[in-house]
Ligand binder design. Sequence first.
Ligand code: NAD
Length: 438
Amino acid sequence: MKIAMIGTGYVGLVSGVCFSDFGHDVVCVDKDPKKIELLERGEVPIYEPGLDDLMAKNVAAGRLSFTGDLKTAVDGAEAVFIAVGTPTRRGDGHADLTYVMAAAAEIADALTGYAVIVTKSTVPVGTNRQVKKTVHKANPTAEFDVASNPEFLREGAAIDDFMRPDRVVVGVQNDRAAEVMNQIYRPLYLRDFPIMTTDLESAEMIKYAANAFLATKITFINEIAALCERTGADVKTVSQGMGLDGRIGNKFLHAGPGYGGSCFPKDTQALARMGQDHSMPMQLTETVIKVNDEIKRRMIDKVIDLCGGSVNGKVIAVLGVTFKPNTDDMRDSPSLTIVPALVGGGAKVRIVDPQGRREGEALLPGANWFEDVYKATQNADAVVILTEWNEFRALDLKRIVKRMTTPVMADLRNIYSQKDAKRAGFLAYTSVGREDYG
Ligand code: NAD
């Protein structure tokens, strides 16, 4: 099957590479010439574990190529995937559909025969019908169907998520489009991964409902964590006790500095907006957004308290700034709230992050970047763990304590314990939802 993939970001590139690995012929398009230049040279513009090898394998097999020219990619394609960004529209929280609709109009011009136009981007309910109208208006004789195929991959584990999904959701309007989608996902279907065929609207809604639910689960445990701090309970023990209940499950119950990333913040906002537009306010989601903002601000207060009431003039080593480990994605990371507040308070912030620098340097002005945790903590007044990268999980804490001026730690991912910190000689230790000392 010949597939065109419009957009080579985190979703488009991973999907394109994985479809080519299924055996399909895939041409990936991006309007950013720098990305295409890199991809044509065999370089991956983003950090995603395993993507470089899988991409090289499929390019070598002749099944995967890249172009800046949408027309060539769409020519003869049986399925054209739209995987462009849908960021928050400035001012009103709505998903900005400018890129989706622009892509739809371009595809309309380029169609040469029957094709299914598949929206992989996360889009509000009703968007696929709008795509259909846009294509029809731009090219009234075009023979096509639309399909909604929201993506559930997680950055950092994207290939495994794509190749071994919990489910694939496909929204269609007729059997012809369903058959094309079945052919595309046949390798997964043969391996018993559930492929769920729905109407367009339900497919679009499933994605927002799933993300808002997960954001709610994280925010719930973060709020419980705040109460644990006041009452002497330990949120790690509480999460474990809750998670063993099969109806609840143990995933997404790790207390931390608030959710961030390229999806949860914008998708909860878009769902809230959708609710307002339909006079059906999503009160729970609206509250989750508010509580998550408060949680991020509480983290700033924690660090200020740890530093004795002011960070002015303090040297603070921040470990991790990407929104989670194993990605270079900085979009809506809690670090974008916390680090500027520390810099603004007069702290000298030193950042260590295995992949965050390329994006993060411009987003976090006033901070200095270090390659090594031990160098960053030399003569530091505080160490703050913001992202739980593996390399931060087994640090030589005693060695860090010896280098610091005032050895205190804010472990905002709960990767160490009070006992670990005491044993290493930290004078004070704070984490999320557990007892502090110092
Ligand atoms: P991204 O910003 O990383 O990539 C989008 C790409 O599309 C960019 O490279 C851009 O240059 C390109 N583009 C935009 N308009 C184009 C056009 N007309 N022609 C060709 N290329 C064009 O975005 P992303 O993180 O991959 O997200 C894409 C969509 O997938 C969003 O709707 C997002 O909500 C959804 N999604 C993302 C994730 C994730 O983890 N990032 C997971 C699931 C779903």
